[in-house]
Design a protein around this ligand. Structure first.
Ligand code: GNR
Ligand code: NI
Length: 170
C-alpha cells in the first residue's frame, strides 16, 4: 500500500475526463487499495482517481464515522436523480480550506462495478448522495467550486494563486 499525492485546484489535470476501466484487474485493485489508504489518511469521505492524477473511472467512498461504510465504485453511473434538490456545504481534498454550498439532487440511484468486476446498484441519500455526485464530477473533470458563481471562482483562483506565490517565495 502507498499514500498517493493529491492534486490541488487550480491544476489543469483536475479537469481531465477519466476513461472507463476496461478490465478490473490487479492493477485496478492496487490503485483502489492505495486510494483507500490515501482517503483515510487525509482524512476524507471520498476520493476520485482524478485527484491522484490517474485518469480512470475509479472512486472510493466512506461516509461513515467508524470506517465501516467503505465502497469502491468502478465506472460509476447515476441512473436516476430525484427531482428534489438539496444544498450541502461541500469541501474537497483538492481545494483545502474552502467550503461552500452546492445544490444537487437529494437522492440518486447509482450503478457501478465492484472489485470483482461485477455490476451492482444502490440508492444514495444524504451525505452519500452528495459524495457520489461530487466524485463522479471529479471523473468528468469538474471540481465542486465550478458549481459556484463566476465571481466566487475568479476570487478563489486569485486567492489560491497568491497563496501559492507566497509559499514559493520562502
Ligand atoms: O472529504 C470530503 N468531504 C466532503 C464534504 C462535503 C461534500 C463532499 C465531500 S468529498 C471530500 C473528499 C473529496 O474531495 N472527494 O473528492
Ligand atoms: Ni473532491
Amino acid at each position: 500500500m502507498a499514500l498517493l499525492n493529491i492534486l490541488h485546484y487550480p491544476d489543469k489535470r483536475l479537469h481531465k475526463v477519466a476513461k472507463p476501466v476496461a478490465q478490473v484487474d490487479d492493477r485496478i485493485r492496487k490503485l483502489a487499495a492505495d486510494m483507500i489508504e490515501t482517503m483515510y489518511d487525509a482524512p476524507g469521505v471520498g476520493l476520485a482517481a482524478t485527484q491522484v492524477d490517474v485518469h480512470e473511472r475509479v472512486v472510493v467512498i466512506d461516509v461513515s464515522e467508524d470506517k465501516e461504510g467503505l465502497m469502491v465504485l468502478i465506472n460509476p453511473e447515476i441512473i436516476s436523480y430525484s427531482d428534489e434538490q438539496k444544498t450541502y456545504e461541500e469541501g474537497c481534498l483538492s481545494v483545502p480550506g474552502v467550503y461552500d454550498e452546492v445544490e444537487r439532487p437529494s437522492t440518486v440511484r447509482v450503478r457501478a462495478l465492484n472489485l470483482e468486476g461485477e455490476p451492482f446498484e444502490f440508492d444514495a441519500e444524504g451525505l452519500l448522495a452528495v459524495c457520489v455526485q461530487h466524485e463522479i464530477d471529479h471523473l468528468n473533470g469538474r471540481v465542486f467550486v465550478q458549481h459556484l458563481s463566476m465571481l466566487k471562482q475568479t476570487r478563489l483562483k486569485a486567492k489560491l494563486r497568491k497563496e501559492q506565490r507566497e509559499l514559493e517565495r520562502v
